[in-house]
Design a protein around this ligand. Structure first.
Ligand code: C2E
Ligand code: MG
Ligand code: MG
Ligand code: MG
Length: 285
């Protein structure tokens, strides 16, 4: 009987494997088709300054809604796109959209920055600076208004040597932000080696800032370190007013998170910015 059970389990296991492989193949061909058709959306999440309360900028986040597979979150397809060597096409698509939206904000009287996430694979492509410069020219976004977010793990990888690609990008006037800051470990020497302008404190530190004295201490230490290096500090994942007040108290510069707003489609940005400006003016008296 035990033998039968074992056999049954094996059969179940292998079916499970096949299903996973089928699902992956399905996702893979859907992803290739979506890239071909430029079938992604971009949502934008604002960052608010903690001192004045103004909206300083937005982060562009890719969205994929497949007609049959439904909504597929970035964590499910970004790693696949990286594996298949397709991530740069997605990131350049997002960049192009974000730059165009940034120009529209500017034209409507809201000079906000636009941040775009880069994969470590993008930064191994020597053509990247030329491609990014081309998108800036084509859309008309001033380079000063573009921020590129790179993850801390990648920064640590390249920070030891020098990264010509990053140097070329910043030579254009673009800013660099270290995303998910604090999740890497040991070496901070890349901060000295790379032309970085800001760090984004990872959500995992912000989450318990009100309840965990060590997290509060870490955030306050990160802010002090960053400021001593002339870096701006953005906190990610700010969900309530207690977190926001504590971050303000510990001199963090900007907050991003559901408390300020969830990522929104481009057509809601302008209404959001107008409303935010109105609120500020009313507060001022
Ligand atoms: P990230 O760059 O650290 O982006 C922040 C993520 O946290 C976003 O998830 C955002 O929706 C979510 N978030 C923002 N505020 C809050 C909050 O208050 N609470 C909680 N619980 N979550 C919050 P999303 O859009 O699912 O993106 C996940 C990750 O996927 C991003 O992390 C980024 O690493 C990657 N990603 C997203 N878009 C792109 C893209 O266009 N290119 C590349 N290469 N990566 C992207
Ligand atoms: Mg990011
Ligand atoms: Mg982040
Ligand atoms: Mg993150």
């Amino acid at each position: 009987q035990a033998k039968d059970e074992g056999k049954g389990r094996f059969k179940f296991y292998s079916t499970d494997m096949t299903q996973r492989q089928e699902r992956r193949l399905e996702l893979e061909s859907a992803l290739r088709a979506a890239i071909e058709a430029r079938a992604f959306d971009v949502h934008y999440q604002p960052k608010q300054t903690l001192r004045g309360g103004a909206i300083a900028g937005f982060e562009a986040l890719v969205r994929w809604h497949h007609p049959n597979l439904g909504h597929i979150p970035p964590i499910d397809f970004i790693p696949l796109a990286e594996e298949l060597g397709l991530i740069t096409q997605i990131d350049l698509f997002v960049l192009e959209k974000a730059c165009a939206v940034g120009v529209e904000c500017l034209e409507r009287g809201h000079p906000v920055t636009m941040a775009v996430n880069l994969s470590s694979l993008d930064l191994k492509n020597p053509d990247l600076p030329t491609l990014v410069a081309g998108i800036l020219t084509q859309t008309g976004l001033p380079a000063e208004m573009l921020v590129l977010e790179i993850t801390e793990s990648f920064a640590m990888e390249v920070g030891q040597g020098q990264s010509n690609i990053l140097q070329h990008l910043t030579a254009l006037g673009i800013s660099l932000a270290i995303d998910d800051f604090g999740t890497g470990y040991s070496s901070l020497s890349y901060l000295k080696a790379l032309p970085v302008n800001s760090v984004k404190i990872d959500r995992s530190f912000v989450r318990d800032i009100g309840n965990d004295a060590r997290d509060t201490m870490l955030v306050s230490t990160i802010v002090g370190l960053a400021h001593s290096l002339n870096l701006k500090v953005v906190a990610e994942g700010v969900e309530d007013n207690q977190q926001k007040d504590l971050l303000h108290h510990h001199l963090c510069d900007e907050a991003q998170g559901y408390l300020v707003a969830r990522p929104m489609p481009a057509d809601q940005i302008f209404g959001f910015l107008d409303q935010a400006a109105l609120n500020l003016a009313q507060q001022a008296g």
